[in-house]
Write a protein that binds this ligand. Structure first.
Ligand SMILES: *[C@@H]1O[C@H](CO)[C@@H](O)[C@H](O)[C@H]1NC(C)=O
Ligand SMILES: *[C@@H]1O[C@H](CO)[C@@H](O)[C@H](O)[C@H]1NC(C)=O
Ligand SMILES: *[C@@H]1O[C@H](CO)[C@@H](O)[C@H](O)[C@H]1NC(C)=O
Ligand SMILES: *[C@@H]1O[C@H](CO)[C@@H](O)[C@H](O)[C@H]1NC(C)=O
Ligand SMILES: [Zn+2]
Length: 964
C-alpha cells in the first residue's frame, strides 16, 4: 500500500508552536506499540464467536480454526461478475452488490475439505449448500456433505463425502450478496456531491485481506491466479478493472437495464492487487500509439479543471525510469490512476488500476503548493515501483511486507527525483524516513523489521505490519545496502531477481542471493562478510547502533542506542545488539576512505586527530546509525559551524543537530550541547538543518509552552530566525515572489512560520493582511499556495469568529482536496475556546468532516496550546461514541490517544490519565490499550525530563536570547 499508514503527508507547517511536526512520529509510535500488543500466539477461535478464548485449548484444532490456508488446493483462475447498486435499497436502506464467481483450482494433495476465504458475504444456497462443485477434464467431484461459514477465520468451509484427487482440476461456483458499505475496505462506496446531487462511487481496497469481502477467494499473496472480471453497472457510468475493458453491451438483468463490461484477463497475480471501480468519472490519457496507455481518472469537475494534468505529465516518465532501472518492461498494456474522494491509505498499487486519495493525485497550479506536488510525485513513484517489486514478484507471506514496502519507499525517491531532477529530492529521504523512524526504533519496545512467518496469522496482525518500521526503516537499510554495494551493483542484482521470480513469490533471502551474485561479479567491491551476514544484523534485531568516536586515540565503539537510557530491553537478539556498520567519514571537510566497524570496539588509527582537525562520520547519513564524539571533537565541530558552516555538507549539518538533540535525550551529551548546535542557525539558509532544529525544538515547546521557560525560549528562537526571515523578505521582493528552488520554497515557509510563532511583530500583521485581502475577494485567493497552510493557521490564531466562519465556508467549497486539507488544518489554530469546541463536535459528524479526516483534526487541535485540554475533555466526554467508531479500527484510535496526550508532563496530567484508565477498565481501551500505556510511560518520562532540564534550559535560553 502506498504510504498505507501515513495516510496524509505530514503537514508542511511543522511550526514549533503547533508542534504538528511531531505528528508523523506520533502516528508511528502508536502503530508500533499496537503491533507489539498483537504479538500473541495463535489462539483457537470459538466456533462463530467474535472473540477468541484466552485459554489454550487441549483438543486438537479443526483445520478451519487455523487462519492459514492448507496447501492442498491451488487456484488457477477466477471468473467473477459483480454488480454494485449505486442507490440504496428502498426496503432496507442498504447499499449492496451482488455477484457470482467461479474459481478453477487444482488439487495438490488429496483432501475431503475445501477451505476458501469469504467474509461478510451472504452466499445463496445451491441445492442446500453454499457453493456448487464440478469436476473439470472429466474428473468426477465428490458430493458436498456439509458447508458453513466460519466468521472468525473468515472461511467458507465445504466438507465432501469423498476426496479430491491430486492433479485434478475442479470448479467451485458461488452466488452471493454483500454490503457496499462506506467502510473503506473490500468492495465499498465513496460519495461526493455535484451541486446538490449525491454521487456514489463503487470502489475497492483489497490489501491486505479484504478481497474475501468482495467474492470467495483463496486470499493469500502466494495463491496467485488469473482473473476474468465482468462488471454490471448503470448506463452512463464507466467501469474499470485491472485489465483493459474489452466489451460493453447493454443487457437486462432482473428487469433492470444495465451495461455489462468485461475486461482482459489479468496476468497471474495475487488477490490483494485486484481493483474495480464504477463511477461517473472522466479521464485524460497519454497520446495514441504509445506502448502503455496511461489514464488519469477523477471527478468530472476535477478533470475539467486540469487537476489530473500534473499526474499525467509525470506518470509516463516515472514508468520509463523504472523500466530502465529494473531493466524489465512494464508488464501490462495500461496503467490507470484514479483519485477517490474517500480512501483510507494514501494510495494502493493495484496492478493496472492504482487508486489514490485525491490529495495524492490531483494538483492545481493556482491552489496547490510545492509540498502537494512533491507528495503526488512521491506517491505515484511509490506505486509504480510496486508494479514490478510487489506485483510482478510478490512476497510469499505478509511477514516479508517490509521488503515490499521498504523497497518501494526507497526507490520512490529515485523515481520522483528522475521526474523532478531539480528538487534534490533523494536527499530528503534522510529527514522523511531515516530520522523519522529512528525516533521509534530507539525505543526499547521497538521491533525487528523481519518477522517469522508463523508469528503473523490474523488479519489484525497483518494490518499492524503497515507501520513506520516496515516503510521507513525498510527504506533506510535498503538505501544503506545500495550505498555500500553501489547503485549499479544493486540494480543488477534486482534485475536478475525480478527476471528469475516474475509472476511468482519470494522470501527476502532470494533478494540477498541475487545481490550477492551481482556483488561477486563486481571486481573492486570489498565487503567484510556476505550480504546475508551483514544485513541479518539490520533486519533480525530491532534498533540501531550509536557509534562513538574518540578522536584523541582513534577508538571507536558501538552500542544499541536507546532514547531512554533507563529502559529495559527484554527482547533477546542472537547478535547481542551488535551490527556490521559501514562508515563513511569526513576529516575537516575532506571525504576519507570508508571503513567497516565489525565488532563492539575497534581502533581505526586515521580517526586520531591533532590540532584543529575534526571528524564527522556517516557522510550524507547513508548509514542507519547515530554518532557521538569526544568533547573536544564536538567543540571543533561547533567551531566549524560558527565560523564557516558550509564546509560541512548540508545533510550533515542537519545530522549534527538531530544527533545532538537525541543524544541529549538519552543523556549521552548535555542538553546545553544540543542547544548550542542551533546557535549557528543565524547564518543557515538551507532547509534541512532548519527543519531538524524545528522538529527538535518542537519537543521543548511542547514541554515548556505553558511555563516561564516559554518567554526566553521564544525570544531565542525569534533572534535566531530573524536573519532567515529578513533574507527571504529580501529575495522575494517583500514577499511578492516565490524562490525558484524547491527546497528554498520550503525554507521560506519555515522562515515565516517560525518568525510568526516566535512573535516577530511584522509577521503576524503580514499574515492577517493577506487573509483579510482574501476575505474581501473570496473568489480570488491572493495567498500563494505554498504559504497558505501557514497563513491560514496564523491568521485564524490572530483572528476571531469572522475569520473562522469564512475559512469554514471556504473549506466546504474547496474545489480541490489539498486546499480543503490546508483549511481543515488552519481551522485548528484558533485561540477561541468556543470555536475549538464547536469544531470538535464537527469531528463526530461525517457530513461535516469525512471519517478519513476526523482523528487528524482532533490531533491537530491538540497541537494548539489552547486546544489541548479541550480535546482531552472532549474525547473523555464522548468516549463511548469514539470508542464505537474507532475502537476496533486499526491505526487512528491509537494515534488519537498518542496525539492528545503528547504534551502531558505534569503530575496532575498523569493523575488524570491514570483516572481515565481506571474508569474505562471494564470495557477496555480497544486498539488504544498500548497507546494509553505508552502515554503513561511517556508522561512519566516527560515529568522526569522536565524536572531535570527545566532550570538549565531556562538559564540557557535566557543567556542566549539577549540581542547583542
Ligand atoms: C465466465 O462466466 C460466464 C458465465 O457466467 C461465461 O459466459 C464466460 O464465458 C466465462 N468466462 C470465462 C473466461 O470463463
Ligand atoms: C445478509 O444476511 C443477514 C441475515 O439475514 C442480513 O441481516 C443482512 O442484511 C444481509 N446482507 C446483505 C448485504 O444482504
Ligand atoms: C446502452 O444504452 C444507453 C442508454 O440507452 C445508451 O446511451 C448506450 O449507447 C448503450 N450502449 C451500448 C453499448 O449499446
Ligand atoms: C542540490 O543539488 C545540486 C546539484 O547536485 C547541488 O549543487 C546543491 O548543492 C544541492 N543543494 C542542496 C541544498 O543540497
Ligand atoms: Zn507501498
Amino acid at each position: 500500500m502506498g504510504k498505507g499508514f501515513f495516510i496524509s503527508k505530514t503537514l508542511t507547517i511543522a511550526g514549533v508552536i503547533v508542534g504538528a511536526g511531531a505528528v508523523a512520529t506520533i502516528i508511528a509510535l502508536s502503530v508500533v506499540y499496537s503491533q507489539e500488543k498483537a504479538k500473541n500466539q495463535e489462539v483457537k477461535p470459538t466456533n462463530g464467536g467474535t472473540s477468541p478464548p484466552t485459554t489454550t485449548q487441549v483438543t486438537p484444532w479443526d483445520p478451519w480454526d487455523h487462519y492459514r490456508l492448507p496447501d492442498s488446493l491451488s487456484p488457477v483462475s477466477y471468473n467473477i461478475t459483480l454488480w454494485p447498486r449505486l442507490e440504496a435499497s428502498r426496503s432496507t436502506g442498504l447499499y449492496i452488490f451482488t455477484g457470482r464467481s467461479a474459481v478453477v483450482f487444482e488439487c495438490k494433495k488429496p483432501t475431503d475439505l475445501i477451505l476458501i476465504h469469504s467474509n461478510k458475504l451472504n452466499l445463496t444456497l445451491i441445492n442446500g449448500h453454499h457453493a456448487r462443485l464440478t469436476g473439470l477434464d472429466g474428473a468426477t467431484p465428490p458430493n458436498i456433505k456439509d458447508s458453513w461459514l466460519q466468521p472468525v477465520t473468515q472461511f467458507l468451509v465445504i466438507q465432501l463425502d469423498g476426496r479430491l484427487q491430486a492433479g485434478n482440476r475442479y470448479e467451485l461456483y458461488s452466488d452471493f450478496t454483500g454490503e457496499l458499505a462506506d467502510d473503506l475496505g473490500g468492495f465499498y462506496r465513496s460519495e461526493y456531491f455535484v451541486g446538490e446531487i449525491k454521487k456514489v462511487v463503487a470502489t475497492t481496497q483489497m490489501q491486505p485481506t479484504h478481497a474475501r469481502k468482495a467474492f470467495p477467494c483463496f486470499d493469500e499473496p502466494a495463491m496467485k491466479a488469473v482473473f476474468h472480471m465482468t462488471l454490471l453497472h448503470p448506463h452512463g457510468t464507466v467501469a474499470l478493472a485491472n485489465g483493459m475493458n474489452v466489451a460493453s453491451v447493454n443487457v437486462t438483468v432482473d428487469g433492470q437495464d444495465v451495461t455489462q463490461t468485461s475486461f482482459q484477463a489479468t496476468p497471474i497475480m495475487s488477490t490483494y492487487l485486484l481493483a474495480f471501480v464504477v463511477s461517473e468519472f472522466d479521464f485524460i490519457r497519454s497520446p495514441e500509439g504509445e506502448k502503455v496507455l496511461i489514464r488519469i481518472w477523477a471527478r468530472k469537475q476535477a478533470i475539467e479543471e486540469g487537476q489530473g494534468d500534473y499526474a499525467l505529465e509525470k506518470t509516463g516518465p516515472i514508468l520509463e525510469f523504472f523500466e530502465k532501472y529494473y531493466t524489465t518492461d512494464y508488464p501490462l498494456n495500461k496503467s490507470d490512476q484514479i483519485a477517490l474522494p474517500d480512501f483510507s491509505a494514501g494510495a494502493m498499487e493495484n496492478w493496472g488500476l492504482i487508486t489514490y486519495r485525491e490529495t495524492a493525485l490531483l494538483f492545481n497550479n493556482a491552489s496547490s503548493s510545492n509540498a502537494d506536488k512533491e507528495w503526488i510525485a512521491t506517491v505515484i513513484s511509490h506505486e509504480l515501483a510496486h508494479m514490478w517489486f510487489g506485483n510482478l514478484v510478490t512476497m510469499r507471506w505478509w511477514n516479508d511486507l517490509w521488503l515490499n514496502e521498504g523497497f518501494a519507499t526507497y526507490v520512490s525517491y529515485l523515481g520522483a527525483n528522475s521526474a523532478e531532477p531539480t528538487w534534490n529530492y533523494t536527499d530528503l529521504i534522510v529527514m522523511k524516513e531515516v530520522y523519522k523512524v529512528m525516533s521509534v526504533d530507539a525505543l526499547a519496545s521497538s521491533h525487528p523489521l523481519s518477522t517469522k512467518e508463523q508469528d503473523i496469522m490474523q488479519p489484525a496482525q497483518i494490518s499492524e505490519l503497515f507501520d513506520s518500521i516496515t516503510y521507513s526503516k525498510g527504506a533506510a537499510i535498503l538505501r544503506m545496502l545500495s550505498e555500500f554495494l553501489t547503485e549499479p551493483v544493486f540494480a543488477r542484482g534486482l534485475s536478475t531477481y525480478l527476471n528469475t521470480f516474475k509472476y511468482g513469490n519470494t522470501v527476502y533471502q532470494d533478494l540477498w542471493n541475487h545481490l550477492q551474485t551481482a556483488a561477486n561479479l563486481a571486481p573492486d567491491l570489498e565487503l567484510p562478510a556476505s550480504i546475508e551476514v551483514i544485513m541479518n544484523r539490520w533486519i533480525l534485531q530491532m534498533g540501531f547502533p550509536l557509534v562513538s568516536i574518540d578522536t584523541t586515540n582513534g577508538h571507536i565503539t558501538q552500542n544499541h542506542f536507546l532514547l531512554d537510557p533507563e529502559s529495559v530491553v527484554d527482547r533477546p537478539s542472537e547478535f547481542q545488539y551488535e551490527w556490521i556498520v559501514p562508515i563513511k567519514w569526513i576529516k575537516s571537510g575532506t571525504e576519507q576512505t570508508p571503513f567497516w566497524l565489525k565488532s563492539k570496539t575497534d581502533t581505526h588509527p586515521p580517526l586520531k586527530m591533532i590540532g584543529s582537525d575534526w571528524v564527522l562520520a556517516n557522510t550524507k547519513v547513508s548509514g542507519f546509525f547515530r554518532v557521538n564524539y569526544d568533547t573536544a571533537n564536538w567543540e571543533r565541530l561547533l567551531t566549524q559551524l560558527s565560523t564557516n558552516h558550509e564546509v560541512i555538507p548540508v545533510i550533515n549539518r542537519a545530522q549534527i543537530v538531530d544527533d545532538a538533540f537525541n543524544l541529549a535525550r538519552a543523556k549521552t551529551v548535555s542538553t546545553k550541547l544540543a542547544l548550542r548546535t542551533t546557535l549557528y542557525l543565524q547564518k543557515e539558509r538551507e532547509y534541512m538543518p532548519w527543519e531538524m532544529a524545528d522538529r527538535n525544538l518542537g519537543y521543548f515547546f511542547l514541554m515548556f509552552d505553558r511555563s516561564e521557560v516559554y518567554g526566553p525560549m521564544r525570544a531565542y528562537l525569534r533572534k535566531q530566525v530573524m536573519p532567515l526571515f529578513n533574507h527571504f523578505q529580501a529575495i522575494t521582493a517583500n514577499w511578492t515572489k516565490i524562490p525558484d528552488n524547491h527546497l528554498d520554497q520550503y525554507t521560506q515557509v519555515r522562515a515565516i512560520s517560525l518568525a510568526c510563532s516566535s512573535g516577530v511583530p511584522v509577521c503576524e500583521a503580514l499574515m492577517t493582511s493577506w487573509f483579510q485581502a482574501w476575505m474581501k475577494t473570496p473568489e480570488k485567493n491572493p495567498i500563494h499556495p505554498n504559504l497558505r497552510q501557514t497563513v491560514y493557521c496564523g491568521a485564524l490564531a490572530a483572528g476571531g469568529v469572522e475569520e473562522w466562519n469564512f475559512a469554514w465556508k471556504m473549506y466546504k467549497e474547496a474545489p480541490i482536496a489539498s486546499e480543503a486539507e490546508k483549511l481543515m488544518y488552519g481551522l485548528t489554530c484558533t485561540r477561541e475556546p468556543w470555536l475549538i469546541q464547536r469544531y470538535l463536535t464537527y469531528c463526530l459528524d461525517p457530513e461535516k468532516i469525512r471519517k478519513q479526516d476526523a482523528t487528524f483534526t482532533m490531533v491537530y487541535i491538540a497541537g494548539n496550546v489552547v486546544g489541548q485540554s479541550l480535546v482531552w475533555d472532549f474525547v473523555r466526554a464522548n468516549w463511548n461514541y469514539i470508542y464505537n467508531d474507532y475502537g476496533s479500527g486499526s491505526f487512528s484510535f491509537g494515534r488519537l490517544i498518542e496525539g492528545i496526550t503528547r504534551r502531558f508532563s505534569s503530575e496532575f496530567e498523569l493523575k488524570q490519565l491514570q483516572q481515565f484508565i481506571k474508569e474505562n477498565s471494564d470495557q477496555g481501551l480497544g486498539s488504544a490499550s498500548q497507546a494509553v500505556e505508552q502515554a503513561l510511560e511517556r508522561t512519566k518520562a516527560n515529568i522526569k525530563w522536565v524536572a531535570e532540564n527545566k532550570a538549565d534550559v531556562f538559564q540557557w535560553f535566557t543567556d542566549n536570547s539577549k540581542l547583542i
